[in-house]
Design a protein around this ligand. Sequence first.
Ligand code: NAI
Length: 342
Amino acid sequence: MFSSKLPAMASRSFTSSAANSAKVAVLGAAGGIGQPLSLLCKLSPYVTELSCYDVVGTPGVAADISHVPTASKTQGSLPDPDAGAWPTGSEGGLKAALTGADVVVIPAGVPRKPGMTRDDLFNTNASIVQTLVEGCAEHCPNAVLAIISNPVNSTVPIAAEVLKAKGVFDPKKVCGVTTLDVCRANTFMGEHMGKDPKDLDVTVIGGHAGITILPLLSQTGATMTDEEREALTVRIQFGGDEVVQAKAGAGSATLSMAYAGYVFTENVLKAMAGEKDIVMPAYVQSDLTDAEFFASPCRFGKDGVEEVLGFGELTEYEQGWFDKMIPELKAQIQKGKDFAAN
Ligand code: NAI
């Protein structure tokens, strides 16, 4: 049996100390996700250097965050090295943002509006991710990349292709962040089961869009009618739509995503610092299924993903969703690869 426990999910305090030094770069740091994610990273004892990069606003974001009294240094830069940076007079540009980074978190790009699927973001976000990952290949080829920009099912294959073309692809270090799907699954199942969500750890596999998100609710041991199982499964798959609709045109999940992105990042850093048994889901190159990239629990170590873990037996109900998911996931992966090839 595997565990996809997220050790920092709900019970962390911001006062513990961490052994190693680590630089985290957030690309898209002035955005709805980027700002609160940067703030949470500033609070993490595992981060000693925080680099905020965006096409707008990062000197201000970094100046603001730098006044939070934790031991880490904060830097903010814009694409043009001469356009100003924080601290004033420090070197700006993507190179300065990325050089020395151990983890690069990428929430850069446009979010959904009501009625849009994540795939509708492809045209804009594919080239943003491509450009930023080219920068990573050049300036921090050994960093773990945590890709949040949607459609994750396609942006992660794009990142892999970019890194392959530059000769620096390491499958252990390219991750799509699917942690928010687990957060939603734990929250909704906690409500259903009358349990504190921090005591739950629902395994969610597949990808990060609609029916490619497959929560394995049978493994929670919860009692559910067929209708309840269907409703909970669909709510987790389309949880992002609830937020998009409630925000009514002002974007998609930002605060819960910032939390999820921070949990993911801090767990990567904990594993890099030598902590054992860091197991969490990630969308990575995988040979568990026919899909070249697949989200499942992974064990993290000093160099990123140490082992892609299995996901146990599927029930007949879950197998039905799995069979529908794989062709869609494969098509979205291929779309990313085709984009990178042209
Ligand atoms: P936002 O529009 O508030 O922020 C995006 C930021 O990216 C902006 O500050 C923008 O200036 C910046 N940006 C654009 N092009 C850039 C470039 N070339 N280099 C650096 N920065 C650039 O959007 P939000 O709400 O923060 O969402 C960001 C992305 O995260 C979207 O693609 C969204 O779909 C995705 N997302 C992913 C989730 C997941 O579970 N993986 C959950 C929620 C959102």
